[in-house]
Design a protein around this ligand. Structure first.
Ligand code: 5GP
Ligand code: MG
Ligand code: MG
Length: 179
């Protein structure tokens, strides 16, 4: 499986270090707020698990699954809720945990949904950010790394549902996309 990887961009150690920094910031910002931390499945599942261990305040968590129709390496902007939250968000401080923000379409849709449900505050933490590819105006409140316009896999992120279990984040060899 590792032989499909052309280049490792961020090692397991680097990612854990960044998550510790994000956790420190979130721990101080969410003190006394009992946030509802929402994981956007599937891509954010590993990030979510590692991040909440570094947020040292009482919190609750929930999961949401969305799919965006279209090609496997692009978001179409048409978002469908596959699995909704189990708990109401009204009056809650919401922290959305995302793997990566690309066009921003998925998140702007989700934020819209949660606003209509009367969340008290909505913030976004994303491990990766590709600001150059944005088609809607949206910036994460907390972000790990800025990525160039390249498709990455690993640490939860897939290509055709594979590579999510890589402990690092990297780029696939070009021939993987064409075969
Ligand atoms: P957006 O709606 O911001 O265009 O896309 C958001 C989703 O597309 C991300 O949560 C992620 O699931 C997927 N995505 C965007 N860029 C990449 C990438 O470089 N690699 C992988 N594996 N998924 C990506
Ligand atoms: Mg995602
Ligand atoms: Mg995907």
């Amino acid at each position: 499986m590792y032989s499909d990887i052309q280049e490792v961009l961020y090692s397991e150690e680097q990612i854990q270090g960044k998550i510790k920094e994000l956790g420190d910031q979130l721990s101080s910002d969410y003190e006394g707020k009992n946030p509802l931390v929402i994981c956007v499945l599937k891509g954010a599942f590993i990030f979510m698990a590692d991040l909440v261990k570094q947020i040292r305040v009482p919190l609750e968590l929930d999961f949401m699954a969305v799919s965006s129709y279209g090609q496997s390496t692009k978001s179409s902007g048409v978002v469908k809720i596959i699995k909704d939250l189990d708990v109401p968000v009204e009056g809650r401080h919401i922290l959305i945990v995302e793997d990566i923000i690309d066009s921003g379409l998925t998140l702007s849709y989700l934020i819209d949904v949660l606003e209509r449900r009367n969340a008290k505050t909505i913030s976004v933490v994303a491990l990766f950010n590709k600001p150059a590819r944005r088609t809607v105006e949206l910036e994460p409140d907390y972000a790990g790394y800025v990525l160039p316009d390249e498709f990455v896999v690993g640490y939860g992120l897939d290509y055709a549902e594979k590579y999510r279990n890589l402990p690092f984040v990297g780029i696939l060899k070009p021939e993987i996309y064409t075969t």
